[in-house]
Design a protein around this ligand. Structure first.
Ligand code: NAD
Ligand code: 6OD
Length: 486
């Protein structure tokens, strides 16, 4: 059984409380990990270590030295690539190829890219006139915000945690991270990496535990935490925002979605089917950017639904190292039950189940895992629960539409505003749609194609703020103005 400790002030520690909790494998629900559970004392210690590092060696490093160190972190992640893949697979049960091609390489990139952004982005400067004719020069300097609380989810644990830690450290901050209770492994492994490359003690701290009345809430309400960056459910974001109000700390939130995929009849049909399929079912549907509402222009609706059904029925379930498996279990029994409750609700509200709707037959040894079938529905009104609420499972509702105006109205009829994917060969229409859909990210003829220099975040209840490229600098630094009378 794996043992996961906190990482505080450069040391792995069980903490003073001695409390622990267990993690079960998504594949079969066997207990596989014992995790130290942090309380107030551990959070206090982590925040104190983070503050001391800011005031000590880390705070005194030049930008060049910091950038070099973060490149070394990225290189060490790449050197220990297989360990990260194994750790993430143990936590999530998702296929090795998803870890190898998407999630773990992004962890390394999150350190490299933001180190380069910090090094290359110029600061603003304004020359101004003064009444004596000599003028003045204003210039901006960016300083770290301080101790950043990082609260991260379980669905792409390493990618999403480093997406915050990378830029935070690149900007010279220190961090106290609370990974999801479901996925503590890669955050702990990153502690080993930090240690190996000589990142000063206290720069990167991890306290494990839960949310309310536990490590998560203690971090977000701690007066020594200067800003909070969070990825997770919108409901959790509301609780964290209340905690951040105390002390008026800044927040950056990336939250839920109920994303629309929009398919016009003039699309490249096969590419659209493959793209919508990937966006609905990658990571067993546990992707915030995923498509749970699909709108297809009526002339190709029947053919599209049939093609999507064929693909869903061709999916192979299996454990991560099964080369043929493209589909893992859901993260936990609790999440499986939640998704299955939505499957039942869809039927109760009158859905036509095109495929799926239940639990697949799995061989002995895997039968107790959190498996669910990829599921496609049609025939529901837009008021149906599964069309309105984020399910975070491998499922989508498909509905026909007749005009651009109609589909814009349908796509925007949601409290969320994270992402959309539009499939069309008409470029003018593609640009129009990008302007008319209320989301943070529109993908045209693609999905989850990421350039880390771009703004990333959600509109409406999907988020507050933007990260990525210079936008991360905005959040992780204070911009000071210096005015020099000439
Ligand atoms: P969650 O909100 O349940 O948990 C996220 C983290 O918050 C966990 O570490 C949890 O322990 C912690 N937490 C919970 N309550 C807390 C509290 N009161 N105070 C402090 N911390 C608390 O989310 P999840 O189930 O882990 O992740 C799935 C959700 O995340 C989905 O809604 C998904 O859409 C969203 N998500 C959004 C993005 C994005 O970029 N917009 C990315 C990934 C996931
Ligand atoms: O690619 C990213 O930077 C990012 N934040 C992805 C989010 C995926 C959600 O599941």
């Amino acid at each position: 059984m794996r043992q996961i400790e906190h990482f505080i002030g450069g040391e792995f520690t069980a903490g003073s409380s001695g409390r622990r909790f267990e993690k079960r494998s998504p594949l079969d629900n066997r207990v596989i990990t014992s995790i130290a559970e942090g309380g107030k004392a551990e959070v206090d210690a982590a925040v104190a270590a983070a503050r001391a590092a800011l005031d000590g060696d880390w705070g005194r490093l030049t930008t060049d030295a910091r950038v070099t160190m973060l490149h070394a972190v990225a290189d060490e992640i790449s050197r220990r690539f297989d360990d990260f893949v194994d750790a993430e697979m143990a936590d999530t049960g998702q296929p090795a190829h998803v870890m190898e091609h998407v999630f773990i390489p992004r962890g390394a990139a999150n350190f490299k890219i933001f180190a380069d952004v910090v090094k290359n982005v110029p600061n603003e400067s304004f020359r101004m006139d003064t009444s004596d004719g000599r003028g003045a020069l204003n210039y901006g300097i960016r300083v770290p915000k301080g101790v950043i609380g990082v609260i991260s989810p379980w669905n792409a644990p390493f990618l999403l945690m480093t997406w915050k830690v990378g830029p935070a450290l690149a900007c010279g901050n220190t961090v106290v991270v609370k990974p999801s209770e479901e996925t503590p492994n890669t955050a702990a492994l990153l502690g080993e990496v930090m240690d190996a490359v000589g990142v000063p003690a206290g720069v990167y701290n991890v306290v494990n535990g839960f949310g309310p009345d536990s490590a998560g809430a203690f971090i977000t309400s701690h007066p020594g935490v200067d800003a909070i960056t969070f990825t997770g459910e919108t409901r959790t974001g509301t609780a964290i925002m209340k905690a951040a109000a105390e002390g008026t700390r800044d927040v950056s939130f990336e939250m839920g979605g109920k994303n629309a995929g929009i398919v016009f009849a003039d699309c490249d049909f096969d590419a659209a089917v493959a793209g919508i399929f990937r966006s609905a079912f990658l990571n067993t549907g546990q992707v915030c950017l995923g498509t749970e509402r699909v709108y297809v222009e009526r002339p190709i609706f029947e053919r599209f639904v049939e093609a999507l059904r064929n693909k869903a029925e061709g999916v192979r379930f299996g454990p991560p190292r099964d080369q043929g498996a493209d589909y893992g279990p859901l993260i936990s029994r609790e999440h499986q039950q939640k998704v299955l409750a939505y499957y039942a609700k869809a039927v109760a509200e009158g859905a036509t189940v095109v495929t799926g709707g239940g639990v697949p037959d799995m061989p002995a040894g895997l039968a107790d895992g959190n498996w669910v079938q990829p599921t496609i529905w049609t025939g529901l009104p837009e008021t149906a629960t599964v069309v309105r609420e984020e399910i975070f499972g491998p499922c989508c509702h498909v509905r026909p539409f007749d005009s651009e105006d109609e589909v814009v109205r349908l796509a925007n009829d949601t409290d969320y505003g994270l992402a959309t994917t539009v499939w069309t060969s008409n470029l003018q229409r593609a640009h129009r749609m990008a302007e008319r859909i209320d989301v943070g990210i529109t993908w045209i003829n693609s999905w989850f194609l990421r350039d880390l220099r771009t703004a990333f975040g959600g509109a409406k209840q999907s988020g507050i703020g933007r990260e990525g490229g210079v936008h991360s600098l905005e959040f992780y630094t204070e911009l000071r103005n210096v005015c020099v009378k000439l």
